[in-house]
Ligand binder design. Sequence first.
Ligand code: PSU
Ligand code: MN
Length: 311
Amino acid sequence: MPVDVPPGSAHPAIRVTEEVRAALDDGRPVLALESTILTHGLPRPRNLEVALRSEAEVRAAGVVPATIGVVAGVPVVGLAAAEIEHLCTAEGVVKASVRDLPIARAKRLDAGTTVAATAWLAHRARIRVMSTGGLGGVHRGAGESFDESADLPLLAETPITLVSAGVKSILDIAATLERLETLSIPVVGYRTNRFPAFTVTDSGFALDYRVESPAEAAALARARDELGLRAAVLVANPVAPERQLDPALHDRVLAESLAAAAAAGVTGHDTTPFLLERFQRETGGASLEVNLEVYRGNVSLGAEIARELAG
Ligand code: PSU
Ligand code: MN
């Protein structure tokens, strides 16, 4: 379980940049952003463009961006532009979930941090909101493979607000929703009662509850805190129906990609990057554009929620 960092002090193992620390000390809004989407989710050079543009948009909304990643083994909360550029362009950058953080540290590795690792680091730094594209979850065939993203159990004990377009559509969404329930993670739709599936607006599964505004999302996070509960709040923010990936194209490419992954023997932490990369290729780049649209919407909503929670 994460240990809270006392106000004004840094865990010596984690570097929180001065701008982020000052904003948190002053009660100004900060939004955490993950970096596996940059290092393993998006092709170069779009990854760097997206990283820098996202930070600029967060700033324009009056919020301090804190992109989180690992540079030469040190987890950094609030990467400098040059560090973001390094992670987006260097060779040998690994994907780090929480279990990889000590390994990256001991071996001085560069790493993009998953939702799990980003949320854990953000919480330790006292950041209350983060945005991603699509959360990890239970993979198809998990009954045999046991492949469930560490994103889920980590969020169960990390009291942050996560804005995500539901979970990645490559997953077993029914099983993922069951695990979210078991792990006692509150899930609400943002202005919808339909659980989104990343590049498609509607996963086919309903949600019991919705929030209509950033203020309502912030109130939910406060209610969680007042109860002393430790789970993240998941705000599921769908892409607009007219901007989604054509669901028929999505379903066809997904079936092909899952078969290709099985044929190639892809397993473990390579599965998500493999499927997303193949998806981008096989949709002629359409899934990439939707992915970026999804991410942009989540960054924008995350910034608004951060403003509501600040102070
Ligand atoms: N969304 C993307 N690209 C990604 C991811 C999400 O568009 O690469 C990452 C997130 O960082 C998420 C991770 O935490 O995939 C989940 O990977 P796994 O299933 O191996 O836990
Ligand atoms: Mn996995």
